[in-house]
Design a protein around this ligand. Structure first.
Ligand SMILES: [Mg+2]
Length: 272
């Protein structure tokens, strides 16, 4: 079976690389797709690093990539808000890279001061929207500031909803628990999620590719995020069995991905 496909969206961890090493076949596979004129984009749920870092890492691993060809959950959220709510004042539970990303989209991000009294909050009446993200500097003051603003009706957004972030030898807490904590405290529900599995990520990706969904393929290792998101967007999908999913997982799916591959170098032969 061969399908028409002109654009590819690749998940990174477990699909293109694992830790600091490119997965077998990914360098050759992506090079061959590009040689045949296919558009290639990379997507990460992590808002911890700027797009330049992901581009530099891919380039270092043998996949020359410009920052414009990488989207993160922070980028997706900034892009969306810059188009829909450009003049709000945003309070961010997140790290500096995310604040810089949002400011780069022209958004007003309220400042945090590391030496501030942990019992003090930023004046919540000056906050129009709260953005929750992966934040390894999370503390009581941030939770309290967000709580006070949300109780006064601020918008409630998040970059990504992952419960944990895989690390060598285990995992560390991600944004999911912070979102759940604020939902519990306020009785409110998150109003917008930018990262996978939100369709917002795919809308931004397809916009960047400049191609219709049916001529693009989402390639990733997670069925419940990468593949579900691609299917919801009406894209072709390929699960890379190099990460968290197995053939047995794929066999249990009601709607299986278009392709299941062991390595990305199989992709060029599957498309025209
Ligand atoms: Mg992955």
């Amino acid at each position: 079976m061969s399908v028409r496909c002109d654009g590819f969206v690749f998940d990174l961890d477990g699909t293109v690389y694992l830790g600091e090493a490119a997965l077998p076949g990914s360098v050759d596979g992506i090079a061959e797709l590009r040689r045949r004129g296919k558009r290639v984009l990379f997507v990460s749920n992590k808002p911890l690093e700027p797009r330049t870092n992901y581009a530099a890492k891919l380039t270092r691993l043998g996949i020359p990539t410009s920052p414009a060809d990488v989207i993160t959950s922070g980028y997706v959220l900034g892009h969306y808000l810059a188009h829909h709510q450009p003049s709000l004042r945003y309070y961010v539970i997140g790290e500096e890279a995310l604040r810089a990303e949002l400011r780069g989209h022209g958004l007003t991000v309220l400042d945090e001061f590391a030496d501030q009294d942990p019992k003090e909050v930023i004046d919540p009446t000056g906050i129009d929207a709260v953005i929750v993200a992966f934040d390894r500097t999370l503390d009581y003051r941030k939770l309290n500031t967000a709580y006070q603003a949300l109780m006064r009706g601020a918008w409630f957004y998040a970059t990504n909803g992952d419960k944990t972030c895989p690390m060598p030898g285990g995992a560390i807490p991600d944004a999911g628990g912070t979102i759940a904590a604020l939902e519990t405290m306020t009785g409110r529900r998150l109003q917008l999620l930018a990262g996978k599995p939100s369709t917002l990520t795919m809308e931004v990706a397809l916009d960047r590719l400049g191609l219709p969904a049916e001529r693009c393929m989402m390639v990733g290792d997670r069925l419940e995020t990468d593949i579900a998101m691609g299917q919801n967007a009406g894209m072709l999908t390929a699960v890379a069995l190099s990460g968290v999913s197995t053939r047995a997982d794929v066999a249990r799916m009601a709607v299986p991905p278009t392709f299941a591959i062991e390595r990305l170098s199989e992709l060029p032969a599957l498309v025209e």
